[in-house]
Write a protein that binds this ligand. Structure first.
Ligand code: AVJ
Length: 320
């Protein structure tokens, strides 16, 4: 292909996040919690990138390996000239592998951050000059207006990284259902899903020896202090992550080391010794479990690809 692709940006009428409201609501619960999406300020995003390179954090490496290994089949599954829609894009290594092999008619990265999208689009323009990019600023957790692209093949939503693990099983079901509507009949989804395994491996992946995951978790309190006028004594909280086997998920918490209070604006929150703020779930699915969930949402599981060590899965789903 030699012709030049087009790049355009589209809004999707997103209701902006309300950080303060979400923090106050979450910290007012009997079991305190905060939404994991707020991890990703500039420092949090950089720490997450660092996590992806840690020896204990296998998901990123395993997913890249399996994508490389099975790319021909993945491309065949997506179909020629597809409309490739990526949720929570960031133009990562995985996306580049896919774009090269799939040569989609159009690539639609969807992200809440317009600046991240503009940066990614500028890079893609030089790396893939033939590629049509229609960036959508929006929250993939809500119904989106995806611009139609004349002549494109089927819609394929790419959702890598086991980001779906942040949702509870009920939320995932609703999300898959909504996405099925988004791709339409015969449309498809490629979802990266972390799989159940030796809990020691899971535990290590979220309790790395260099303490980067701890910094990533604790950064949420620093962010509240900086952006919402909070006065959390970050040194009096610790990162606490464990595998909750009955729930099939890693839970990350910030545990209070002592009895203390913290203020956020005019709100005051009390902490008992050892009491925690639940900051993240990272759900793990066996292949069969995820296929059953997808089927409940109206998808047929057509393909499952895994890396050699069977640490991570990529599901190829077709809207039934
Ligand atoms: C980006 C949600 C897939 O759950 O493994 C990494 C985030 N948290 N280490 C995950 C995360 C702690 C990651 N996801």
């Amino acid at each position: 292909m030699t012709s030049k692709g087009q790049v355009s940006f589209h809004g999707s009428a997103v209701a902006p996040d309300n950080f303060l409201e979400d923090v106050v609501t979450g910290l007012s619960l009997a079991r305190k919690e905060l939404p994991p999406k707020y991890f990703y300020d500039a420092r949090g995003s950089a720490l997450f990138e660092e996590i992806c390179t840690l020896p204990e954090y296998y998901p990123t490496r395993a997913e890249i390996a399996l994508t490389r290994q099975h790319i021909a089949e993945i491309a065949r599954f997506a179909g020629e000239g597809s409309e490739l829609i990526e949720y929570g894009s960031g133009a990562s290594t995985k996306t580049r592998i896919l774009l090269e092999a799939l040569e989609p008619a159009v690539y639609v990265p969807v992200d809440i951050s317009e600046s991240a999208l503009r940066g990614a689009a500028a890079l893609l323009e030089t790396e893939f000059p033939w590629l049509n990019v229609r960036a959508v600023v929006g929250d993939f957790g809500r119904p989106l207006a995806i611009p139609a692209f004349a002549g494109a093949g089927r819609k394929v939503v790419y959702f890598p990284g086991s980001t779906i693990g942040n949702l509870t099983r009920e939320e995932s079901l609703a999300f898959l259902h909504m996405t099925r509507g988004q791709v339409g009949p015969g449309g498809a989804m490629l979802v990266g899903v972390d799989v159940k395994k030796d809990p020691n491996l899971l535990h290590a992946a979220y309790n790395d020896s260099q303490g980067v995951t701890a910094k990533f978790n604790l950064n949420l309190l620093s962010r509240i202090n900086a952006e919402l006028g909070g006065d959390f004594e970050v040194g009096k909280f610790v990162h606490y992550a464990f595998y909750n086997a009955p729930m099939g998920r890693i839970e990350m918490h910030l545990a209070s080391l002592e009895r203390q209070t913290a203020n956020v604006g005019s709100y005051r929150f009390r902490f008992a010794p050892g009491e925690s703020i639940h900051t993240e779930n990272s759900c793990k699915y066996s292949v069969e479990e995820f296929q059953a969930l997808a089927a409940q949402a109206g998808f047929r599981g057509e393909k499952v690809w895994m890396d050699d060590a069977r640490l991570f899965s990529l599901h190829g789903l077709v809207a039934a």
